[in-house]
Design a protein around this ligand. Structure first.
Ligand code: GLY
Length: 434
């Protein structure tokens, strides 16, 4: 039986010698540590599987989810050396319409999934060379991506700036509102008596004995929340919570991204606009946001190897605005209403840690890096499979969540480029094996 399954016997009555806590909170089928889009998605899927669930997070949705722009961009986020991630991304993008429809039906909240396509523009001649290099990679991988003339690009997006050298078009890269998606997930949980969202931090997981199964999570008020299954979706902090589980390696770190939100009533953009400006990537995501459907654009994002101290930097904000106004000069007239720096949860290979672990009862759902919103439906599918005792989706199974466990001598990866016999899709050729 899969070690992560909640159908394991209820261990709430098993003494936990590792726990020094006097208080015992509720005992549920599943405890989810982390209330971002991934954690709440996991909790929702637990409910759908007929299980009770507690989510522990001092401020649900205020981590990477709060900064995310919501690009569903398997093509324009595809990068050299990341074909395994591309497989996850394309699979999850295909799941987004059904995921959004089901969530909207369950919550009554529009998550603003918009099939708008993505334009990428290059600023100078060197940027166009870089864009064409990426286009060649797209073609090698069979992705739907073409070069446009600037006239064509301006026909699609008349508000583009005057000084550009070229443009690409990715018709399948779309967007969704991450904050609305989180609100929808939260409403589903809040409406279900089998779910509890507890505003506490987790200080560590509890387990039975020193090598036994995980039995729950200890919060910062000294309460242990017991469960047969613990899903660790604590973003870049995940690694810190594994101190009592030396056999599990989950090296997560924050890669800080700053995003800006602008109130832009007159900026009627039809597409996500990405740019390469003197080598720097930047994006502008337009949407109708909030209950009143006001027009906003999200500008992002920095990518900084530094602690997530939640303070914006002058240089980061300056660079984003400077580069974004090359793409769309009209943002000069928009009101800057929100600056959000947050740490993306990132692993050494930029791939998520998703699936059951070597410790019974412990499931990882973290490390989604730049793709937490995009990968939410595939994470849901993985949880569905896990909770039902079915095999994980092939693209998820190909990325071993135990690949960083201490003592592993094999790379822990299956070959991502080989097409499984049951999977007729083409491989992403031309990438080295892991
Ligand atoms: N997915 C875009 C970003 O993380 O900036």
């Amino acid at each position: 039986m899969d070690p992560g399954l909640p159908s394991a016997p209820d261990r709430s009555d098993v003494p936990d010698p590792a726990s020094t806590t006097p208080a015992t909170g509720s005992s549920r089928d599943v405890v989810v540590v982390g209330g971002g889009i991934i954690g709440l998605t996991a909790a929702w899927r637990a409910l759908r599987a007929g299980l009770s669930v507690t989510v522990l997070d001092p401020s649900p949705g205020d981590g990477a989810t709060h900064a995310a722009a919501g690009m569903l961009a398997p093509v324009t986020e595809a990068d050299f050396g990341e074909s395994r991630l591309l497989r996850l991304s394309t699979d999850s993008a295909a799941l987004w319409p059904a995921f959004a429809a089901e969530l909207e039906a369950a919550s009554g909240i529009d998550v603003a999934l918009r099939a708008c396509g993505t334009l990428t523009v290059a600023y100078d001649a060197d940027d166009l060379v870089a864009a064409r290099r990426v286009l060649a990679l797209h073609h090698r991988w069979g992705l739907d991506s073409t070069e446009l003339t600037l006239a064509d690009a301006r026909r699609r997006e008349p508000l583009l700036g005057p000084r550009l050298s070229g443009a690409l078009w990715a018709p399948g890269d779309h967007q969704v509102d991450p904050r609305a998606t989180h609100r929808a997930l939260r409403r589903v949980l809040d409406a279900d008596p089998r779910a509890a969202v507890v505003p506490r931090s987790v200080v560590r997981l509890t387990r039975s004995g020193s090598r036994g199964p995980v039995t729950g999570a200890l919060d910062d008020a000294g309460t242990t929340h017991r469960a047969a299954t613990v899903v660790l979706a604590a973003g870049w902090r995940t690694g810190e919570l594994l101190a009592g589980l030396p056999e599990i390696g989950a090296p997560t770190r924050p890669v800080t991204g700053q995003t800006l939100r602008l109130d832009a009533p007159d900026l009627d953009l039809a597409h996500v606009v990405r740019g390469i400006v003197q080598g720097r990537p930047v994006y502008v995501v337009p949407r109708l946001a909030g209950p009143d459907g006001r027009r906003e654009v999200v500008v992002g994002a920095t990518s900084e190897e530094r602690p997530d101290d939640r303070r914006a930097t002058a240089g980061g904000v300056f660079a984003l605005l400077r580069d974004a106004r090359v793409l769309v000069p009209g943002i000069d007239e928009a009101a800057l209403v929100d600056v959000t720096p947050r740490g993306r949860p990132t692993t050494p290979d930029n791939l998520p840690l998703l699936g059951p672990t070597a410790v019974p009862g412990l499931v990882l759902a973290t490390g989604h890096h730049r793709n937490g919103v995009l990968l939410a439906p595939l994470t849901a599918a993985a949880l569905d499979a896990l909770l039902a005792g079915r095999p994980l989706p092939a693209s998820v199974a190909a990325v071993d969540p135990g690949r960083f466990d201490p003592g592993r001598t094999d790379p822990g990866h299956t070959d991502p480029y080989a097409t499984p016999s049951s999977d007729p899709r083409p491989t992403f050729a031309g990438e080295p094996h892991a």
